[in-house]
Design a protein around this ligand. Structure first.
Ligand code: PLP
Length: 409
């Protein structure tokens, strides 16, 4: 009997803020520790090879987490397991399985279904650019049908393995009715990418999603210094994900697992603080004549997208004009980032598909951090007035304008 699943020992539910700092750490006091231990072992000694053989057989047969040491680090890691336990608790799922990146997590999920002969995916645009590309290019032998939410039920075929959505979506922050979508999915698992909302603002399993994907690189890590991905789900699906992870090797490094566990402890505080600032910036942008449209989710959150009036300022001028805000892809860090999806995060999506899903060339996507709202507004306001001032850059902050490329390095 498997005694390591989280279900067996799960305590009564506690508030999210409490879980964020305690989940995955329950045994520490008993170990005489306060900070979680970091286990960097790649292998684990055993003098009993018959017992090891039995344990390996059991993992191959079931995908359940092993009792005792993991045999080899591609199979499991105790530090990463703490992060998985904690994230599962926050998302309200039985289990979670961590991967080297968000894309590795999505890959493993697609492979689980493909290995069952279910290669067809129904998906709603927009998705994160590389998720869109992975499906569109069929790199993993999958075939995708892109639909509006209303077309999901009709698009499902006998070989459909997954319905995939993002809400709020990257980069338009479009929101979907997850409950209605889960209903339309019938028995096909709904995969909701919850990277933008985080479990602080939304728990997709409560709306009927079976799989919750995160690029842990973003809010879960929260400090822009760790790449990771995770799928929160029921134990049955988690077992298949662990087997695929072992077979394909997209494991999270234990140091990343350590940092992600640490990141979770401040997740509720970070998301709430940044969301309050983002809501205020969205309000000011909405009242600004240089901005034609602001996208800010009803759910809240720390992401703001906005379209600029091209007669007054180009998106590239705003990117070149920021000083406090960092012009960079990615999101969810303590500092504020801005980027131009059509140039960067969604560049890999064909222009027609991009535009049809609302990713206009005038759209900018901003990830609001923990800075003071007035300092951020001042920077944004100056960047929106940046026409013709791109030369006036701080040292080391020269833009990649054509003239600049002729300047010897
Ligand atoms: C960044 C991102 C991903 C991919 O995650 P990586 O950790 O970069 O592999 C997937 N989904 C969304 C919504 C993202 O923003």
């Amino acid at each position: 009997m498997d005694t390591r699943t989280d279900t067996a020992a799960r305590p009564a539910p506690r508030a999210l803020a409490t879980e964020a700092v305690h989940a995955g750490r329950e045994d520490l006091a008993g170990l005489g520790l306060h900070a979680p231990p970091l286990d960097l072992s790649t292998t684990y000694p055993s003098y009993d090879s018959r017992a090891e053989a039995a344990r390996i057989d059991e993992f191959a047969a079931t995908g359940a987490r092993l009792d005792g040491p993991p045999v080899y680090a591609r199979l499991d890691n105790p530090t990463t397991a703490r992060f998985e336990t904690a994230l599962a608790r926050l998302e309200g799922t039985e289990a979670a399985v961590a991967f080297a990146s968000g894309m590795a997590a999505l890959t493993a999920t697609l492979l689980v279904r493909a290995s069952m002969g279910l290669r067809h995916v129904v998906a709603v645009r927009p998705l994160y650019g590389c998720s869109d590309h992975l499906l569109t290019a069929g790199l993993l032998g999958s075939e995708v049908t892109w639909v509006d939410p209303a077309g999901i039920e009709e698009a499902i075929r006998p070989d459909t393995g997954l319905v995939m959505v993002e809400s709020p979506a990257n980069p338009t922050l479009a929101e979907l009715d997850l409950r209605a979508i889960a209903h339309a999915c019938g028995s096909v698992p709904l995969l909701a990418d919850n990277t933008f909302a985080t479990p602080v603002l939304q728990r997709p399993v409560e709306s009927g999603a079976r799989l919750v994907l995160h690029s842990a690189t973003k809010y879960l890590g929260g400090h822009g210094d760790v790449l990771g991905g995770v799928v929160a789900c029921d134990e049955e699906f988690a077992r298949k994900l662990r087997q695929v992870r072992f077979a394909t090797g997209g494991v999270l490094h234990p140091l990343a697992g350590y940092l992600l566990l640490r990141g979770l402890s401040t997740l509720p505080v970070r998301v709430r603080a940044a969301s309050a600032t983002a809501a205020e910036l969205a309000r000011r942008l909405g009242a600004d004549p240089r901005v034609t449209r602001v996208h800010y989710p009803r759910l809240g959150g720390a992401m703001v997208a906005f379209e600029v009036d091209g007669d007054r300022v180009e998106p590239h001028e705003v990117i070149a004009g920021v000083r406090l805000i960092t012009p960079a892809v990615s999101l969810g860090s303590v500092d504020t980032l801005i980027q131009h999806p059509a140039s960067i995060s969604h560049r890999i999506v064909a222009e027609t598909d991009r535009q049809a899903s609302g990713v206009s060339d005038r759209l900018l996507r901003m990830s609001v951090g923990l800075e003071d709202v007035e300092d951020l507004w001042q920077d944004l306001d100056a960047a929106l007035s940046a026409r013709g001032t791109a030369e006036d850059r701080a040292p080391g902050q020269r833009s990649a304008r054509t003239e600049d490329r002729h300047v010897p390095a």
